[in-house]
Every structure is written in C-alpha cells, then in structure tokens.
Design a protein around this ligand. Sequence first.
Ligand SMILES: CC(=O)N[C@H]1[C@@H](OP(=O)(O)OP(=O)(O)OC[C@H]2O[C@@H](n3ccc(=O)[nH]c3=O)[C@H](O)[C@@H]2O)O[C@H](CO)[C@@H](O)[C@@H]1O
Ligand SMILES: C=C(OP(=O)(O)O)C(=O)O
Length: 445
Amino acid sequence: MSLMIEGGRRLSGDLTVQGAKNSVLPILAACILSGDVCVLRRCPHLEDVDTSIDILRHLGCAVRWNGPDLEVDSSTLTRWDIPDRLMRRMRSSVVFLGAILARCGQAELSYPGGCAIGARPIDLHLSALRTLGACIREEGGSLDCTAPCLTGAEIVLSIPSVGATENAMLAAIGAKGVTTISNAAREPEIVDLQTFLRKLGASVHGAGTSTVVVEGAEQPLHSCCHRILGDRIAAATYLAAAAATGGDVFLRDIDYRHLSTVTGVLRQAGCTLSCQEDGIRLVSDGRLRAVSPIRTAPYPGFPTDAQAVVMSALLRSSGTTVFVENIFESRYHHVPELVRMGADIRLEGRVAVVCGVDRLQAARVRAMDLRGGAALVIAGLQAHGVTTVEHLHHIRRGYSDLPGDLALLGAHIHTENTEGGASDDPTPQTQTQPPETAGQLCVSL
Ligand SMILES: CC(=O)N[C@H]1[C@@H](OP(=O)(O)OP(=O)(O)OC[C@H]2O[C@@H](n3ccc(=O)[nH]c3=O)[C@H](O)[C@@H]2O)O[C@H](CO)[C@@H](O)[C@@H]1O
Ligand SMILES: C=C(OP(=O)(O)O)C(=O)O
C-alpha cells in the first residue's frame, strides 16, 4: 500500500487525537493480570493493537471490538507461550513477558521485532525479571522462563527504559512483597499504565517520577474500564504537519503538558501555540525559522519519536538546525528519502544537520519505519507535485488513520493499493538478537 499526497495545501480545522499506541500496548498486556473483563475506551485501531489482540487470543483470551472500545476477557487464559511469528511483529510483544509470568508463573517466547532503529536489546527487561526471582533460559533467540514464586525486590535500571519499567511493573504485581523500581522511565504512558493497574485493584505508586513502588497483589484483581491517554506523538505529528504547511489546527483530547518540548520547538520556529485544558491550537504562516539544537532524551526531554516529524517540518525553514539522536543509534532512515525530495541534510553518526531549502520536490519515497514514514508524509504535504510514500504498513503500526485525519484537515491525500505490499518488503526490521550478537544489525549512517 502507498500514499499519494498532493503538496501545497494549507491544513486547517479541528481533530480529535487517537488513544496512545505506547499506552494501549502495555495496558493490553496488563489485561492478562485482571483474570476478568477489561474495557479499553478510545482504543486506537493500529497494526500493533491487532498484533496484541492476536497474542491475547493465542493465550486463550476473548477479545472483541465494541465500536471504538476494545473488550478483553482474560478469565479464559489457558496458555503462557507466544509464537515467534507474533513476537517478531512488534517491539511491545516483549511486555507480555512480565504479565504472563505474574499470572502463570512461566512463559515461553522469543526476542521481539519492531522497527529497525537500533539494536534494541532486552537485557534490562530480563535482568529486572531475574531480580524478582525469574529463571530465564536464553537459547537461539528463545526465552524459556519459570517463576513459581516471584518475590518483591529492589530493581535499579541502568537506563530509564520504558519497556523495562513496564515489564518490571507487570511482573511485580504477581510478586510477594514490595518492589521498588529505581531510575524508572517517567513517560506519561507509564502513568497511564499505573492508573490502569490501580483500577484493577493493584497497589502501584510513583509513576511519573524515577521511583515506582509496586505492592504484590494479595487479593485477586478484577475487571475495569479505562480510557486510553491521548497520543502525544500522533499530536506532535499533526502539529508538525500544520506548522510546515502554514496551517491553523486545533487538536482535541490531548494534554499539552505532555508535549512541552515539542511545542517549545515549534514556538521557537515561529508558530503561535495556545495550550488549553481540552487541547492545543497551532497557527503558522508557513515561514519557519531554524531552532536551537534538538537533542532527544528520555521524558521529559525531547521525544525521539518526534525527531523525524519535527525535522520534516523544518526542511524549508530559514537557517540551520542540528538534531542529536541520543536514544537510538540508527534512527535517521528517513533522511536519504527526504534528500530525494530536495532536502539539505548532512548526517554524521548521531547528528543530523538540516539546512533549510526554498522548495521541496515531490518524489517516490519509501517509509523505512513508523515515524520516518510519517515524516515523509509531512514532506509530501509541503512539496511541489504528487509524492508517493510506499510501505504504508509501517505507518499503520502507530497511526489509526493518518491519511483520513490529514484529509479532514484539508490535505489532498489518498491510499493506493500497490503491487507487492508488505510481503515483499525489503525494509530491515529489528529482531532483538541474543546478547553476543546484539548490535550487529545497527545500520551505519
Ligand atoms: C511501545 C513503546 O512504548 N515504545 C517506545 C519505547 O520503546 P522501548 O521501551 O523499546 O524503548 P526503551 O526506553 O526501552 O529504550 C531506550 C534505550 O534503552 C536501550 N535499552 C532498552 C532496553 C534494554 O533492555 N536495554 C537497552 O539497552 C534501547 O536500545 C534504547 O537505546 O520507548 C522509546 C523511547 O522513548 C520510544 O521510542 C518507543 O516509541
Ligand atoms: C519506535 C516506536 O515504537 P515501538 O517501540 O513500538 O517500535 C515509535 O512509536 O516510534
């Protein structure tokens, strides 16, 4: 599947932002802990959500859509294994490990897949679970885990890894006693997971700070209904698109506090932003200025997931902007594609130097990963002529309807069924490697 985008349209109007991919995925894994029915409101319909549903069904859970809500009944769970073909489909498959261990005391799965943006090892996940008493045998990419009796412990993460924090929180629910996770990730999605776990009846505190404390659940957990947090990265994408096209958009149902580094950059670039309790409005005249160096960092720093889309917004700015990607070692696969469209970007390791150009030219380009794909769409919105973005399936991992949303805002964009599709996709996918080979997949810049 490809997207065709006719550049030069100014975006305007209101948009309700989807539920967050990075919230709903760990929460879908957490549904296993309930042993009952969980209703997730505003569940985004994404490829990664479909993969999570496939995993839940494989485990024996009953899952069904009810309009925009997803209902998961985990009372019927019968298995503790996840087949390799499902593990490889996304990174977040690994977050099921903590939940399955907590519920079943054993788990059989393999290394997760996901976008090729770096090596993405899972050593911190496994070390956290071992600290809680899990015995994990790694062989040929398979993980054979037993944990008849998880015990609360002090887990210190060497990096504030989002996924490792979530895995540790989920496993700790099934442990006896208190678990403290230090140097925990502080992302809003971790807070959303804590909110969900509390609704299930679990005792979890501290999410949003560097120390998360989980008391093992002595009582059985129960059913709950939860509305998924608004997606700050989808919001950053629409803000970047509006900024680049001289737009005027209002994004509803998004917490502006979760986007302060992104809105700060767009303000510096010359956009006018007003942040309200119910959303964010951005007005741009389309003549953006270069900004101070953008360095990606764990929350509350500038999100790595917004690096590509904000870069795209600045391609025609006046002056030079430096990007430093500090989280993932090869997250610039969109750059050669943007250069095809006339962008002036030089790469040196983790640094990308963007010199604004007067004009972008439409081209046939290829999404190499999720956010890089969204960045190409934003470039297409600004380019002269009709841009084709191939390999739409990457974008569908994280946006429930990017073309539909942009069309609502006035973009001329449509999806085309192209020959081949995902099955003959040569795009590299990260397959987390056993420790001795981790890193070999990193694509040099
Ligand atoms: C589903 C989800 O929420 N995905 C997000 C999550 O991914 P994810 O949870 O995979 O990202 P992490 O926070 O774990 O990764 C941060 C850094 O830590 C490294 N690391 C991580 C785990 C580990 O065991 N060992 C290790 O070395 C990673 O390679 C990376 O360099 O956070 C990333 C960083 O904000 C985002 O880009 C992703 O969108
Ligand atoms: C890298 C991302 O996601 P994941 O961790 O699911 O691959 C992302 O959302 O940009």
